[in-house]
Design a protein around this ligand. Structure first.
Ligand code: SAH
Length: 233
């Protein structure tokens, strides 16, 4: 067993998971644990950690309203979190998994293939794609976990979201504080923090921040990566 199914179920909080979905999660856990022996993909590889921090946490996104067939971007997916568990639960979604690290995407491609799932895998930097007309303002929903502090993350993500769409950063205990310090960034980029969906998993608190994209982002955003980190909004 690659993940602690009992602990996983304890952390589902009403989300229904079929036997088929459990099997796919188990296979994904096996692939991750095996690959992580030779390639450093994640620091979380124990059965309890995979159950809570990877799987239950990723699929907690189902608490948010994600429309049927939505075009979803997982920004900075790493080894596929939250995107792959989300896709296992919602195969109707048109998912794009984006990361700047090629070796992580090699694993993501292998895993999608082995699990029989379909998604687009994109190698690049969010701040560059945000200025590329093929990607700018093209996603109904962007999600992101453990990539950057919220003010910086908003500059990476909001330009990629369609006006009328939603950005859902996944945060832990720092959610409220980060939301406050990202107030200017959210507003500047055409967004508005609609609500925070707060809940607790066995290892601590979580928040899904529901940031609506109300109007297009000003053309100068996202800036170059160096500017974003030197002078964060
Ligand atoms: N979301 C995953 C991985 C988090 S680690 C998880 O929660 O497990 C952060 C990942 O974001 C890394 O894989 C890194 O390569 C990627 N990343 C960081 N900045 C990025 C950027 N500007 N554009 C695209 N990917 C980025």
């Amino acid at each position: 067993m690659n993940f602690n199914k009992e602990l996983f179920k304890e952390n589902l909080q009403g989300i229904a998971v079929s036997d088929k979905q459990l099997e796919l999660l188990d296979s994904f856990g096996a692939l991750l644990t095996e690959k992580n022996k030779s390639v450093n993909l994640t620091s979380i590889t124990d059965p309890d950690g995979i159950a809570v921090k990877h799987f239950a946490d990723s699929i907690s996104l189902l608490k948010a309203d994600i429309p049927q067939g939505a075009k979803v971007l997982d920004l900075g997916c790493g080894a596929g979190f939250p995107g792959i568990p989300l896709l296992i639960m919602r195969p109707d979604l048109k998912l794009t998994l984006l990361d700047s690290t090629g070796k992580k995407l090699d694993f993501v491609l292998e895993a999608l293939d082995a699990l029989g799932l379909e998604a687009e895998v994109l190698h690049g930097r969010a701040e560059e794609l945000g200025q590329n007309p093929d990607y700018r303002e093209k996603y109904d929903i962007a999600v992101s976990r453990a990539v950057a502090r919220l003010n910086t993350l908003c500059e990476l993500a909001l330009p990629l979201v369609k006006p009328g769409g939603t950005f859902i950063p996944m945060k832990g205990a720092s959610a409220a504080e980060e939301s406050k310090s990202a107030y200017t960034a959210i507003k500047t980029l055409g967004g508005s923090l609609e609500k925070s969906i707060d809940f607790t998993l066995t290892d601590g608190s979580r928040s899904l921040l529901i940031i609506k994209k109300l109007s297009p982002a000003p053309p100068k955003y996202p800036r170059h990566g160096s500017q974003i980190s030197k002078k964060p909004l």
